[in-house]
Design a protein around this ligand. Structure first.
Ligand code: C2E
Ligand code: MG
Ligand code: MG
Ligand code: MG
Length: 288
């Protein structure tokens, strides 16, 4: 019996090992496949942007739009959370990020051409990998210039976790600010809480991470935390965007704080034409 038990344990161990190695194999193969296909994504026209409106919660007017990257290869289903890290590791994020900046600036300019002055900015996510590249400023300038877009209509979203190399990032952020571009700290409060960047530069926007917002309930600790971050933003004269608003209750909860809201409750990220039809209503700016 003891022998039998030992044997079973060994078998089980071996199977476990096999299970893990097969799973690893599938993952590695998929990653290699994604990397290979991603290389051709731009030339094959497989990249696109969708846009999500940001609303002033007090007036329910659209005050900004975030551009979010989508990739539709022929025979795969891939989310940004899967392919963007791969693009970052391989350096493909550089040409892809340039494409995103260019496309987003062009889109914003097109909306302005179609609708007249719009008092909204377009937000573009940028990876640390892009930010520390020596020609990043030129890439941004070129995108603005070619689209003929005023710099203050572009907001660059930087994720908090990339701000670990504070000196270098502070330098780049300052240079971007000198260009007239707006700076937003994305996923604020999500992890690596570095208040460091707030120490040195005037940031335009703090985006409260969705995970914090999700857990806010009247009277709980998270509410205290989130309320304090909003106050911090106000005292530092940054705008505050609350990410991931999914319910009417959440929208109501944050209305009193005079902040900007973004989330599925108002709109999922949608194609440019839908933003124009539903949210811009040329010249007016539609209310929710
Ligand atoms: P992010 O910048 O924090 O963008 C917000 C993400 O939350 C988006 O996911 C958006 O679709 C999703 N979202 C918005 N409202 C809600 C909500 O109410 N509930 C929930 N559950 N989710 C909501 P998405 O588009 O899948 O993008 C994921 C992440 O990928 C982004 O997070 C950003 O870090 C990165 N990403 C997307 N586009 C780009 C890009 O062009 N360049 C770079 N470098 N990163 C990008
Ligand atoms: Mg973002
Ligand atoms: Mg982001
Ligand atoms: Mg975010």
């Amino acid at each position: 019996n003891a022998d039998m038990a030992m044997y079973a344990a060994k078998e089980k161990g071996r199977n476990n090992y096999q299970f893990y190695s097969e799973e690893l194999d599938v993952r590695v193969t998929r990653k290699i496949n994604i990397e290979a296909q991603l290389q051709k994504a731009i030339e094959k026209n497989e990249l696109s942007l969708v846009y999500q409106p940001q609303l002033d919660l007090a007036t329910l007017e659209v005050v900004g739009v975030e551009a979010l990257l989508r990739w539709n290869p022929e025979d795969m289903n891939v989310t940004p959370s899967e392919f963007i890290p791969i693009a970052e590791q391989t350096g493909l994020i550089l040409p892809i990020g340039e494409w995103v900046l260019k496309t987003a600036c062009n889109q914003m300019k097109q909306w302005i051409d179609e609708c007249g002055e719009l008092n909204i900015a377009i937000s573009v996510n940028v990876s640390s990998r892009q930010l520390v590249e020596s020609d990043f400023l030129e890439v941004v300038e070129k995108a603005l210039k070619e689209a003929n877009l005023a710099p203050h209509l572009l907001e660059i979203e930087i994720t908090e976790s990339v701000l670990l190399d504070v000196d270098r990032t502070t330098q780049v952020i300052q240079a971007l600010k000198n260009l007239g571009v707006r700076i937003s700290i994305d996923d604020f409060g999500a992890g690596h809480s570095s208040l460091n960047v707030l120490r040195n530069v005037q940031i335009d926007t703090l985006k409260l991470d969705r995970s914090l917002v999700m857990d806010v309930h009247k009277g709980n600790r998270m509410e205290v935390l989130v309320t304090s971050i909003i106050e911090l933003g106000k005292k530092l004269h940054t705008g505050v965007v609350v990410e991931g608003i999914e319910t009417a209750q959440q929208a109501d909860h944050f209305r009193a704080f005079n902040v900007i809201g973004q989330g599925y409750y108002f709109s999922r990220p949608v194609p440019a034409a839908e933003i124009r039809a539903k949210w811009l209503r040329c010249n007016k700016g539609r209310k929710f």
